[in-house]
Design a protein around this ligand. Sequence first.
Ligand code: COA
Length: 252
Amino acid sequence: MSKHVVQQQEGAVLVLQINRPDKKNALTLDMYQSLIDGLLLAQRSDAIRCVLISGTEGCFTSGNDILDFMAAASQPDKAALPLTFLQTISTFSKPLIAAVAGDAVGIGTSMLLHCDLVYCTKDARFQLPFARLGLVPEGGTSLLLPQQLGHRLAFELLVLGNRVNGIRAAELGLVNTAVDDPFSEAKTAAVQLSNMAPQAVKLSKNMMKSHQQALLQTVLVDEVEQLVERLASAEAKEAFSAFVEKRQPKFN
Ligand code: COA
């Protein structure tokens, strides 16, 4: 278990807190593994009926650790664990709730598309900067966002990489609602779901997701394959170097 993911069971709710505030909760491979382990534990335990994912006070997660991205350019197998995480979260059969404060970048936003309920602060900041980093969409976003928002709005988020705040995210339907205390809102919903008939809840969720689950799983793999190719591109290398050197990238 990574020390940067805090796992705590509160009644029938398993809380997974992403907790690496000094690096804006950027996700390392160890952290992906801990999130996967937490979800698998919740999947097999009858005592857990709902999972709540949160970050720290001012940040949900700044997405994949950029240094890991740089390493994956020469070691493509490093992309296997993020893919396993996406496969696990997208097929998780119990209710999954997210509480978002502050930044939710890259996979920090795309993982929310696999959650059943999302609550955020009004000033939360959602961003999918894949193309800005010389990359391509991941996490099923190339399928789910155009479906949900239509091509143009999805393009604005996925290709322009524009940032949206919590209020706009709620208007777009990326989250359920923007509130003062998303964790408390998420906890209330989690307790409510935990007190409901577990089989009915699970079957309902799975029914809603079943219609395109096979397609989504294919998309997740295709996206990661293309992303891995992009990681080794000159464009991505320039974007990552620029981030580390705290400068604007220059694409020729
Ligand atoms: N990977 C690795 N380190 C990261 C990181 C990431 N994804 N996001 C932030 N950090 C680190 C910064 O390098 C900095 O480290 P330092 O203090 O050793 O210099 C620290 O976290 C704080 O980040 P900083 O950029 O100073 O915070 P901020 O509040 O000004 O901005 C973000 C926050 C999230 C907007 C900004 O950090 C950011 O854009 N991060 C990159 C997000 C990203 O591109 N993720 C990949 C998506 S595919």
